[in-house]
Ligand binder design. Structure first.
Ligand code: ADP
Ligand code: MG
Length: 722
């Protein structure tokens, strides 16, 4: 119980109008830290993980955050005395370590206007909670109604502290209109969060209800500071915070504390250049028997004409596919840069140990049967980790399909891969199928530079490879297929660096949360895995793909076409309906139809059939030939108002457009093509793709790709200007 004399009388109006009492840096003041630590320590001594409202608010006040107060009365008379001194109306709330949701329990009495009301409410609550452990009754000033917001923090085992912001009440309860960021955040991040929620107009002056945005950002930054300084705070809800035209006040607060848990961290990767450019490769488990995985891996290295030295390692010691082999890697007389392990799981550990003995720096373990199979496999991975840590070797996999670097004629895949072009796409995939089955098809229309499959990623992770691809000059765009992000905050930092230079497109599977955790805080219950991943992607400038088709559709656009400099497109179509669809898609994606200059409009009218009057989308009504198309596109290329071109082509005569389109000079403007039912004219479509024209089955996909490129370009410029 608090002694009332300790607390100066402060009217709410004073609180609301006050400047932030203590600057942010005050949290670095050792006394502040000691005071807050003591509140947490007290709860821990009592074996509590839940901090009651008055305790939380005391902490917040120490940090200079305005609250409705944290007085607790021990008797009816004391409650009346407190109410009188702070001035009516007041609020009474039950204070109990067992009651987390006070309203639901009947523990909140609002708008009490006089002594009698306070006495009545006090007695009623004592009756309601007579069998519960009640510490006292909180007496607070009744706050003026404001716009209700919720601010929360939860801890993710991978990313660490995650911040949530949203509007309170129905907005959070029903609409779940909240947004997340991984901490720590900068003021700009918080500002972006506030602008991201659906109800943002309520904050930005809808019906004159604008709120003090700077004060809100101050508050959120202080909360970010608090949980960064105190890793014992596991969950926190400020719900509600009332936002006013000037300042804000925290009306309710709860926290859960526990042992500090550090987020996943990994040592920063060293430069992986030699991993992608080894001069010599040993293949442990290389085989001369077609059909075996060890055959495929070695075959791929030979077939793609790897220029360095190859050492098949095979227990029988026979030549493998015409190459002299060794029984053990330690028998190889020369140094080995990289070893691929494709032996049975039972002998994989021993093989890896021998690689380390040989002094190999990079080991690619394609063998499966580890963590993905259960506890024994997890234990085996831990033992392997200990083995490689002794020599500092880096390991990719296990359970992967190795890497491909077409610029180094190196294909390590477990599936046989035919010719590949040398391209500018970097692909990182958790699943081996991206360097096998999927690649078998894609290699016809996309040229990859690097493909890296990471499998169980017990050592080298998606983050390490992403960091490398950011530095590889052959690579202009990175696509990632991932099932989980395991490198925590480092992923965000690395991705942010890379996206400032190259687009990074991520397809993350496992969006749906299977089974919601039972949690007491609002924030934790709203923070599903996908929300947290989405926040991490947003924070790092990553483009998120919905599915494989979307991912590869964007990848090929970025790989082959320049980024549009304006948000305006010229749409050329042979059918009106697809022009309408393109228009819709442009405007829903923050783009628009370009407006040609009057003289260009006139020239366009001369190209079009007489009955056509619509000049963007330019609709040829099934009468467009290559000559007309080229003339129309030329007008778009020359027009100052055209950022990009979207062309809907008739599949039946697709082939007739290719050479004329190839001959045009696009002057740095991108072109996206749509061929409805393209899967039935594959030969022509492949020819188009090879010539660098991305082909989409729907005009929506073509338009969306253009819009995504435009927005990425803007993002990159913003990053450059920071
Ligand atoms: P709980 O979330 O545990 O049910 P709260 O303290 O949030 O309890 O109270 C419930 C609701 O009552 C709040 O969402 C707010 O609308 C209102 N309320 C609580 N305290 C005050 C106060 N001091 N001034 C004004 N309204 C309040
Ligand atoms: Mg509440």
């Amino acid at each position: 119980m608090k002694d009332f004399e300790d607390f100066p009388e402060v009217s709410l109006q004073e609180v609301v109008n006050a400047e932030p009492a203590i600057p942010l840096t005050r949290s670095a003041d050792p006394h502040v830290q000691d005071d807050i630590s003591e509140i947490i320590a007290q709860a821990r001594r009592e074996n509590r993980t839940y901090l009651m409202e008055h305790e939380c608010k005391e902490m917040l006040e120490i940090l200079g955050i305005a609250t409705t107060g944290y007085l607790v009365a021990g008797s009816e008379d004391e409650a009346v005395e407190m109410s009188r001194s702070m001035g009516y109306p007041v609020v009474l709330k039950v204070v109990s370590p067992d009651i987390v949701h006070k309203t639901d329990a009947g523990g909140v009495k609002l708008n009490l206007k006089n002594d009698d009301a306070v006495r009545g409410a006090y007695q009623e609550m004592m009756q309601t909670f007579k069998y519960q452990h009640v510490i006292g009754i909180a007496v607070q000033k009744m706050a003026e109604p404001g716009l209700e917001a919720i601010i929360g923090v939860t801890r993710d085992p991978n990313f660490g502290a995650v911040l949530m912001f949203g509007l309170g009440g129905i907005f959070v309860e029903v609409l779940k209109d909240v947004t997340f960021r991984i901490l720590p955040v900068a003021r700009e991040d918080v500002d972006a969060m506030i602008g991201e929620i659906k109800g943002r107009r309520l904050l930005e002056g809808y019906r004159g209800q604008d709120v003090d945005r700077e004060a809100l950002i101050d508050l959120i930054m202080k909360i970010s500071d608090l949980v960064t300084l105190f890793p014992e705070i596991r969950e926190l809800d400020l719900n509600p915070v009332f936002l006013y035209r000037k300042d804000n006040v925290v009306v309710d607060a709860r926290m859960f504390v526990g042992d500090a848990v550090e987020a996943a961290t990994r040592a920063p990767a060293h430069d992986l250049h030699d991993f992608f450019y080894p001069q010599s490769i040993a293949v442990l488990g290389a085989s001369g028997v077609p059909g075996k995985l060890g055959y495929n891996v070695f075959r791929n290295l030979l077939f793609h004409d790897f220029q360095g030295k190859l050492y098949p390692i095979n227990a029988k010691g026979e030549d493998v596919q015409g190459v002299k082999s060794y029984r053990k890697i330690t028998d190889v007389p020369d140094p080995v840069d990289l070893a691929i392990v494709i032996v049975p799981a039972a002998v994989a550990e021993e093989s890896i140990a021998q690689c380390c003995e040989k002094g190999v720096r990079y080991i690619v373990v394609e063998t499966a049967g580890f963590a993905e199979t259960g506890e024994d496999g997890k234990l085996a991975q831990r033992r392997i980790k200990a083995i490689i840590e002794k020599t500092g070797a880096r390991l990719l996999g296990p359970n992967c399909s190795g890497t491909i670097n077409t610029h180094h004629n190196m294909v390590q895949s477990i599936g046989l891969i035919q010719e590949m072009g040398k391209g500018n796409i970097g692909m990182i995939a958790q699943a081996g199928v991206y360097a096998a089955g999927i690649l078998t098809g894609l290699r016809h229309v996309m040229d990859f530079g690097v493909v890296a499959t990471i499998g169980n990623k017990m050592d080298i992770s998606e983050t390490d490879i992403l960091e490398y691809l950011g530095t590889d000059d052959h690579i202009d765009v990175v696509s990632i297929y991932m099932e989980d992000v395991t490198s925590g905050r480092r992923f965000i930092d690395v991705a942010k660096q890379v996206t400032a230079r190259k687009p990074v497109i991520v397809l993350k599977s496992g969006r749906t949360a299977a089974g919601q955790k039972a949690v007491a805080s609002h924030t934790a219950s709203l923070a599903g895995n996908d929300e947290i991943n989405a926040a991490a992607f947003r924070q790092s400038g990553i483009i998120r793909a919905r599915d494989n088709e979307h991912m590869f559709g964007l990848t090929k656009a970025f790989a082959r076409q320049p980024i549009p400099k304006q948000n305006s497109a010229l749409v050329v179509t042979y059918t009106g309906s697809l022009g309408v669809a393109a228009t819709d898609m442009l405007y829903t994606n923050g783009m628009r139809l370009a407006d040609l200059e009057p003289d260009r409009k006139e020239r366009l009218l001369k190209i079009l059939p007489d009955y056509v009057k619509n000049l963007n989308p330019v609709d040829f009504s099934f009468s467009m030939d290559a000559e007309q198309l080229i003339q129309t596109l030329q007008l778009g290329i020359d027009s100052n108002d055209v950022g990009g071109l979207i062309v809907v082509l008739q599949g039946e005569i697709l082939g007739t457009f290719l050479e004329p389109l190839k001959a045009l000079d696009y002057k740095g403007k991108p072109i996206m093509t749509c061929v409805a039912c393209k899967e039935f004219m594959m030969e022509d479509v492949i020819a188009f793709e090879k010539a660098g024209f991305p082909v989409y089955a729907t005009v929506e996909a073509a338009t969306e790709a253009l819009a995504t490129m435009y927005h990425y370009g803007r993002y990159r410029t913003e990053q450059e200007n920071l």
